[in-house]
Design a protein around this ligand. Structure first.
Ligand SMILES: [Zn+2]
Length: 346
């Protein structure tokens, strides 16, 4: 066995540790003195050839060297870390070479994207956008819209009433439709008017795949001197064509709403079958989209507009339903479920 000069090795190692500037240097020094190819490791490989006495002596010396060497390295690491902290001004030491965490960027909710698309289309047709308040009084939600207290339509709305009252003692409620904004807007603006109101609406309803207690409506309104049903049909047809980017037929059928006279149900030719009849449209070829009609003279009167001078139409449909059709979503409750696996698909 070659003579292992541990004294000089110890001295050399100590000097090198002293001169080292960073952890990389220390790693190199550690490998040099205790790595596989180091003098110490080579000596240990020949250890078995030594006599018992020699084994004991050299073994002890090597252990002493190893322990002091490791201690020197450890102390130096501490000193380097302290030095780094002083430079960076931070209490905890960190390795600046570790790659950073990637920040995930989010995106708009499918309902928001749908809302923006609706707004964009109507704005191009010259409509203004109003938001309206989600809390209303019975006057704006019902009475001004020709739904008096004893009107049967009032039962169908399953209203969520609030405890608070306004200064006139009128009880507040969560709006059951976006139509109250029609009244607010007509009170403050003079015709001619072209307006859409996209917003949240609330009804006390049991939830299922196509119903929720909070849902989204878009209300449309046009008031002028010579406004008629053909204008309504043209605007709605144009909207659906642009929204779905497909040629669609629009059908109006008589219906009843207290705030319009005459009133119509709006249907659109089925997107899935093109009107031939399929499962989606229950073999009718048509999809029911919402309601519409000529604004009732009583509603105009409630807004202090003369029904002999002004006329207009209004429509309303659920834009969560539009979003469901646009993205082929079968469950309305998914929109508000906070499920990231669902939301990340859009
Ligand atoms: Zn169909």
């Amino acid at each position: 066995m070659a003579k292992l000069n541990l004294k000089s090795i110890t001295r050399e190692a100590k000097k090198e540790i002293e001169r080292s500037k960073n952890l990389k240097d220390l790693d190199f020094i550690f490998k040099k003195y205790l790595g596989k190819k180091s003098e110490v490791s080579q000596a240990l490989r020949l250890f078995k050839d030594l006599s018992g006495k020699e084994k004991q002596k050299i073994g002890k010396e090597i252990n002493t060297f190893k322990n002091s060497f490791k201690k020197e390295i450890k102390n130096k690491i501490e000193r380097i870390k302290k030095e780094d902290n002083k430079v960076s001004g931070k209490k905890d030491w960190f390795d600046i070479t570790i790659p950073g965490k990637k920040i995930e960027s989010g995106h708009l909710h499918p309902l928001t994207m749908t809302k923006r698309r609706i707004e964009e289309i109507f704005q191009k047709m010259g409509f203004e956008i109003a938001q309206g308040s989600e809390i209303e009084t019975a006057w704006y939600n019902f009475d001004a819209l020709n739904i008096p207290t004893d009107h049967p339509a009032r039962d169908a709305w399953n209203t969520l009433w609030l405890k608070e009252k306004d200064k006139n003692g009128e009880q507040f409620l969560l709006r059951t439709h976006t139509s109250p904004m029609q009244i607010h807007y007509m009170e403050k603006h003079n015709p001619p008017l072209r307006l859409i109101v996209p917003g949240k609406t609330f009804r006390r309803e049991a939830t299922d795949a196509s119903h929720n207690f909070q849902f989204y409506q878009v209300e449309g309104l046009m008031v002028d001197k010579n406004v008629s049903i053909p204008h309504l049909k043209a605007v709605i047809s144009n909207f659906f064509r642009l929204f779905f980017n497909k040629k669609v037929e629009v059908r109006l059928r008589p219906d009843f709403f207290p705030f319009t006279e005459p009133s119509f149900e709006i249907s659109m030719s089925c997107l899935a079958c093109g009107g031939k009849g399929c499962k989606v449209c229950k073999k009718t070829g048509w999809l029911e989209m919402g309601g519409s009609g000529m604004i009732h003279p009583n509603v105009l009167k409630a807004c202090k507009l003369d029904p002999k001078k002004w006329q207009g139409w209004a429509f309303g449909f659920g834009w969560d339903r539009l979003a469901m059709m646009r993205y082929k979503i079968k469950e309305i409750r998914m929109f508000n479920a906070g499920n990231l696996r669902f939301l990340k698909q859009f």
